[in-house]
Write a protein that binds this ligand. Structure first.
Ligand code: BTN
Length: 280
């Protein structure tokens, strides 16, 4: 997530996180048939507003990678308050990953895990992804894509063998509405927890979802580093133990991509399955 910026003169003021009574307002969800990206649609909305689209033509992921958003999936962007304005919100992408993971587990998805920073996988196949962006001070947009009944691999053959969807794991398949409601409720609760206690209150929950330790390769802006990933720290930094046994900490923006190495063969998973586009 980008750092808060100084408001431009004339820019809309972010809405308060709470109303005058101190109560958190209910979500206001705008439903659209077709948009470019729900994150862009939500960019100017106040906190606790969300945009849910049936399809996106310009869905995007981290590092501007395209995100296939065909009909039958859940394409949602939810605006959350980032007050008090301090460093805790750098870990919002991790917290949002916990929200989606816990929601999908609660719905019964088996073998669900997080791949740093916030890819949701069943085994080695991606079922959901998140893109958290800050367009203006005081709020952030949490963009969530979940494959529900859609088949992204039918739109992009490079995804064959790399993706899965709720319909493969849940019978009956929950509706997009059901998943959205559960997700937004949990997101609101989790943002409240972060407002009260910072990311530290979530760190054990996120660290329980990595299926770690894992041998990984981090692609950095300049070079790459290999090591054992075990956990993130209370500030949300990735902790890597390198071959010398030295611990190194990485902020999310320092890492362009994380590749997992296969636990059995110790080769890079993406190299083993050439059809899979690297996704971090
Ligand atoms: C990733 O895995 O790289 C993140 C994918 C995030 C996709 C969602 S779909 C709803 C929202 N709108 C977007 O354009 N992206 C996010």
């Amino acid at each position: 997530m980008t750092r808060p910026r100084t408001p431009r003169p004339g820019a809309p003021e972010p809405a308060p996180a709470e109303d005058r009574s101190g109560a958190v307002p209910p979500w206001v969800v705008q439903r659209r048939e077709l948009v470019g990206s729900t994150n862009d649609e939500a960019a100017a909305l106040p906190a606790w507003h969300a945009v849910l689209a049936e399809r996106q033509t310009g869905g995007r992921g981290r590092w501007q990678r395209p995100w296939v958003s065909d009909a039958g999936g859940l394409w949602l962007s939810a605006v959350v308050p980032t007050s008090p304005a301090d460093a805790r919100w750098a870990a919002l992408p991790l917290a949002a990953g916990v929200v989606v993971a816990e929601t999908l587990r609660q719905l019964g998805v088996p073998r669900l895990r997080l791949r740093w920073p916030n890819d949701l996988l069943v085994g080695d196949r991606k079922i959901a992804g998140l893109l958290v962006e800050q367009f203006r001070p005081g709020t952030a947009v949490v963009g969530v894509g979940i494959n529900v009944r859609n088949r992204p691999e039918s739109q992009d053959s490079a995804l064959v063998g790399c993706v899965t969807r709720l319909a493969e794991w849940l019978d009956p398949v929950p509706s997009v509405e059901t998943v959205t409601t559960a997700l937004l409720e949990r997101l609101q609760r989790t943002v409240g927890e972060m407002q009260a206690g910072g990311f530290e209150v979530l760190v054990e929950r996120v660290n329980a979802l990595w299926d770690a330790p894992r041998h990984v390769v981090l692609e950095l802006d300049h070079g790459r580093v290999e090591g054992r990933f075990e956990a993130v720290d209370g500030r949300g930094r990735l902790r890597l133990r390198d071959a010398d046994g030295t611990w190194r900490d990485f902020e999310p923006h320092q890492v362009r991509m994380l590749r997992e190495r296969d636990v059995k063969t110790d080769s890079e998973v993406m190299d083993e399955r050439p059809g899979c586009r690297p996704i971090s």
